[in-house]
Design a protein around this ligand. Structure first.
Ligand code: PMP
Length: 434
């Protein structure tokens, strides 16, 4: 990009979670391929976060591109009211086949946050027939579900995502995140708070939303899948809609196709996004079953009052079909396990560092939790100089690579994290926030 455009962008283009008054530094990307991002100055960075957890099969995956090219030539977009097309039918068939039993129906939307909005609206509408006073939601502390109004309201209010908007977003109920970590011994008492809250506020709670097994943006926390079983049982008991937000965990990231599979549960609603199109283009899907279908059918409106302009955009759906084809074209589960093994081998001894709180790895996600809040800008500058693209946040440094990353590139990511922490230990890098 020429200097004029770069300066114009710096002055006028918003970036995620940033300001125009004192924006964080940005890099000029010109090309992506596989696990690499090429910058305008010719440098190559390894995309160690799969471009915000979406590009699971690598950038520019040829299978996805060929599906999209085919679709682009015949029909890029057509409105969805009163019209059906093969990509919508075919993807619905495939998603209902691979998601947990009972999730037979799909509502297509544009982004993860919008999928969460739809899920929340569905739950309220379901309850309008069964328990009309229930219009609020229960969620977990440490959870993140998106930045639109409803999604933001069920995101942990302590996380900062919603703090500028207090009083605008509806107030919801929050309970502690499950205290037993993945791999630890389960204790049934962990779900007591859930039971107590459902019992106490049963006249108000329409649904319970959670990220199964991994809380992502709330701190990359892995909890015991048994909690999901308890959540399934208790929500059924109290006729509360269980929403599993699999936007980050879906499509194999943790080693199971969906994180709900670790517990063998079927939620009433499952939201999908990110890896749904292999990160090629924005698309989300809300999977539902009989309960929601009937609930909405018997509600006074009788219909689901939601219909985005670009609902079921054929080009986006073709990317999702391509991504599913890509997923079937290699042993993704073996890749995920291999990445996990390598991350474990390369990161685990960092737990001995006086700066590190804990190291944990699940599926193809490696997390180094630091003892203090990190300085994202300082860390990112060091890491990009090393040739890797990682985005530490909060007190978390994490690696979340495309499944197709080479060992060499993955080792480069973990090696750079090691170097960063060693530099901090020696006092050469001020990686913590002042
Ligand atoms: N839910 C979860 C669990 C997520 O991780 C995210 C995005 N990080 C969202 C919802 C929101 O998705 P989007 O950014 O596509 O709106």
């Amino acid at each position: 990009m020429n200097n004029f455009l770069q300066n114009f962008a710096r002055e006028h283009v918003w970036h995620p979670y940033d300001s125009l008054e004192s924006p964080i530094p940005v890099l000029d990307a010109v090309r992506t391929a596989g696990a690499r991002i090429t910058l305008g100055d010719g440098r190559e960075l390894i995309d160690g976060v799969s471009s915000w957890w979406s590009v699971c099969h690598g950038h520019g995956n040829p299978i996805i591109i060929s599906e999209m090219e085919k679709q682009l030539r015949s029909m890029s977009h057509v409105m969805f009211a009163g019209i059906i097309h093969e990509p919508a039918a075919e993807l619905a068939r495939k998603l209902s086949e691979i998601t947990p039993p009972g999730l037979s129906d799909v509502f297509y939307a544009d982004s993860g946050s919008v999928a969460v909005e739809i899920a929340l609206k569905m739950a309220v509408q379901y309850q309008s027939v069964r328990n009309p006073s229930r219009k609020r939601f229960l969620a977990l502390r440490g959870g993140y579900h998106g930045d639109t109004l409803g999604a933001m309201s069920v995101t942990d209010p302590g996380s900062g995502f919603s703090s500028p908007y207090t009083g605008y977003a509806p107030e919801q109920f929050f309970i502690s995140r499950p205290g037993i970590k993945f791999g630890e011994k389960w204790e049934p008492g962990v779900s007591d708070e859930l039971r107590d809250t459902l019992e106490r506020y049963q006249d108000e709670i329409a649904g319970f939303i959670l990220e199964p097994v991994m809380q992502g943006a709330g701190g990359m926390y892995f909890y015991h899948p048994e909690y999901l079983k308890a959540a399934r049982k208790l929500t059924a008991e109290y006729d509360v809609i269980l929403i599993c937000d699999e936007i980050a965990t879906g499509f194999g990231r943790l080693g199971e196709l969906f994180a709900s599979n670790f517990a063998g549960i079927s939620p009433d609603i499952m939201t999908l996004g990110k890896g749904l199109t292999g990160g090629m283009i924005s698309l989300s899907a809300v999977m539902t079953g009989r309960k929601i279908r009937e609930g909405i059918g018997y509600s006074s409106a009788r219909v689901m009052m939601h219909g985005p302009t670009f609902m079921a955009n054929p080009l986006a759906l073709s990317a999702a079909l391509g991504s599913l084809r890509a997923l079937g074209s290699y042993d993704w589960q073996a890749r995920v396990h291999h990445i996990g093994d390598l991350l474990r081998r390369e990161l685990c001894d960092l737990a001995a560092s006086p700066l590190v709180q804990e190291v944990r790895v699940l599926g193809a996600v490696g997390v180094v939790e630091m003892k203090r809040q990190v300085d994202t800008v300082v860390m990112q500058r060091f890491l990009t100089d090393e040739g890797v693209w990682l985005r530490p946040f909060g007190n978390i440094i994490y690696i979340y690579p495309p499944f197709v990353i080479s060992d060499e590139d993955l080792l480069k990511c973990s090696g750079s994290v090691r170097k960063l922490i060693a530099g901090m230990e020696r006092g050469e890098i001020a990686g913590f926030r002042a």
